[in-house]
Design a protein around this ligand. Structure first.
Ligand code: GLA
Length: 549
């Protein structure tokens, strides 16, 4: 008989999988906005720390007067450096009162009056990248502040981030009390808790009940209990921990599988063997299920948990603000900016609307090409409401040539990337107040066909079907059409030959199989009827873009 060989790796895997803490089922971020890639402008690429209320107002005016707003660029995003260097006396973020004298709410009203929406910035860290107060562990109050200001786009950076500990405190007991009652009316000892995965009871006479729970670190286990409360409301949950170790520890509490609380337990140098951590918890009348675990098995888990927390707070804050004030909700587009280091394409769709895939863009061709090369591979993660973000546009900045500017814009549209301008749009308005339609950068940014490719309601990112000196990208469009982009990465004119019938065979493309296609050249604005091939030649670092039907 063929004896099965013992596989130690498989045994370990089985054990770990079994003991994995079950995650609450989450689908998309689902805040109803950014169903097509967001379009707008941001202060960072060109203006860096030289920003002011006056500049933002001038930009908003120019966005409206130049027709950019009408072309779809609606978000006016203030990036880093808008903050005062300290929070206010209530712990709220506040703007620099010298450069933003009227405050952010007034600015958002100014921007709204022009048919535009205001965006703001913070970091998922103790400070922003430019070292101003930031939002880590201030998620709730900062989300409330942004909602109150009427902000509709929020970029959340990753500077000065602090990883959540993967260690859980040792739980000696759990108590629940009604506020003001002076005593716990429920006390759960270690033996009252249901253990999952590696959770175990360790005897210890230095604890009140002679034992504590261990083994719930790093996604390895959890404890749960069913508790009864007389009425719905807020209760104080006191976790008595067995002290030990200088490192901070972390617990996630899930109530009834839906409400999530983050509980931090400080490292200790204290004399006492036991300490208490308290959290105000909302419970429903009757039975409630509580579950405690530490879901941080990796650095990626830490980033995902932190970004998801901010995402939830933003949704809660805009909803609550609208309900309290009897106004229409203004959902906030949530832009995750952790530079791709923790693979946000794997968890970003649950946390927010878009996620940076790379480090910062620079206004040079090498940078643009590098970000494209990386992001083109991530096509399967883009979908309506959730986008790969290869960073804001540098079109019109630095030393990009005309061809490079046009290619940069075209590639971003093929990638379903957010189109967040980074140039000085005030230049599009002439001294007499008219629009400078001869401005080549303006012409690139307002090419309606190119914008429509980016904004196509199918929301399917292009795939690269050929690569080398010349790349060919194909993106399905609504109505049995496809966008085809030929990118010449070399220093000499170069191109390729594309048989259109073969495009219809690509599984993900919805082109009909037929003998002749209508081919529209998006930059030349020329149409060829009944075509079976495209013979494309592009300038060095240039593109040709077609819509095939
Ligand atoms: C990081 C981000 C940039 C910008 C700056 C601001 O570098 O990636 O896009 O927001 O911070 O300080």
């Amino acid at each position: 008989m063929n004896k099965k060989k013992f596989c130690p790796v498989c045994a370990v895997k089985k054990l770990v999988n079994k003991s994995r803490v079950s995650q609450c089922s989450e689908r998309g971020y689902d805040n109803g906005v950014a169903m097509t890639p967001p379009m707008g402008w941001s202060s960072w690429n060109l203006f860096r720390n030289k920003i002011s209320e006056e500049l933002i107002k001038e930009i908003a005016d120019a966005m409206k007067d130049s027709g950019l707003a009408e072309a779809g660029y609606v978000y006016v995003n203030i990036d880093d450096c808008w903050q005062a260097s300290t929070r206010d006396e209530n712990g709220r973020l506040r703007c620099d009162k010298v450069t933003f004298p009227s405050g952010i709410k007034a600015l958002s009203e100014y921007v709204n009056a022009r048919g535009l929406k205001l965006g703001i910035y913070s970091s998922n860290g103790t400070l922003t990248c430019e070292d101003y107060p930031a939002s880590l562990r201030h998620e709730r109050e900062d989300a409330d502040t942004f909602a109150q200001w009427g902000v509709e786009y929020f970029k959340y950076d990753f500077c000065h981030n602090e990883k959540i500990s993967s260690e859980a405190p040792k739980i000696a007991s759990i108590g629940f009390s009604a506020e003001g009652s002076g005593k716990d009316f429920i006390v759960l000892r270690p033996s009252d808790l249901t253990l999952h995965g590696r959770a175990r009871i360790v005897e210890d006479e230095d604890t009140e009940f002679g034992a504590y729970i261990a083994g719930i670190d790093a996604r390895l286990g959890s404890v749960s209990a069913e508790i009864q409360v007389p009425e719905s409301g807020e209760y104080i949950m006191t976790i008595t921990v067995r002290k030990g170790g200088l490192k901070e520890k972390f617990l996630r509490l899930m109530v009834n599988g839906k409400d999530e609380y983050h509980i931090y337990c400080p490292g200790t140098k204290a004399w006492s063997t036991e300490g208490r951590i308290q959290t105000a918890v909302k419970l429903d009348e009757g039975e409630n299920r509580i579950e405690l675990s530490n879901p941080i098995g990796s650095v990626m888990d830490s980033a995902a948990v932190q970004y998801k927390l901010m995402g939830r707070e933003l949704k809660r804050a805009t909803k609550e603000y609208a309900e309290k004030n009897g106004v229409e909700e203004k959902p906030i587009v949530f832009s995750i900016c952790e530079w791709g280091v923790n693979k946000p394409w794997k968890w970003g769709m649950e946390a927010g609307n878009l996620w940076r895939t790379t480090m910062d863009i620079k206004p040079h061709w090498i940078s643009v090409l590098g970000l494209y090369e990386f992001t083109v591979r991530l096509h399967k993660y883009a979908a309506p409401g959730s986008w790969n973000d290869p960073d804001m546009l540098e079109v019109g900045n630095g030393d990009l040539t005309f061809e490079e500017n046009r290619s940069h814009f075209s590639l971003w549209c093929m990638l379903c990337a957010p189109l967040i301008l980074g140039n000085d749009v005030r230049k599009f308005i002439k001294a007499d107040g008219s629009i400078d339609t001869d401005n080549k950068i303006y012409q690139i940014l307002t090419n309606r066909d190119m914008i429509a490719i980016d904004q196509d309601p199918l929301g399917v990112q292009c795939r690269r079907i050929k690569t080398g000196k010349v790349d060919v990208l194909v993106k399905p469009l609504q109505g049995s059409r496809a966008a085809v982009c030929v990118l010449n990465k070399s220093g000499k004119p170069d191109g390729t030959h594309i048989e259109l019938g073969k495009l219809a065979n690509l599984g993900y493309v919805n082109l009909k199989k037929k003998s002749g296609y209508t081919v529209y050249d998006v930059w030349e604005k020329r149409t060829a009827e009944n075509a079976s091939v495209i013979n494309a030649v592009a300038e060095p670092h240039g593109v040709k873009v077609y819509i095939v039907e």
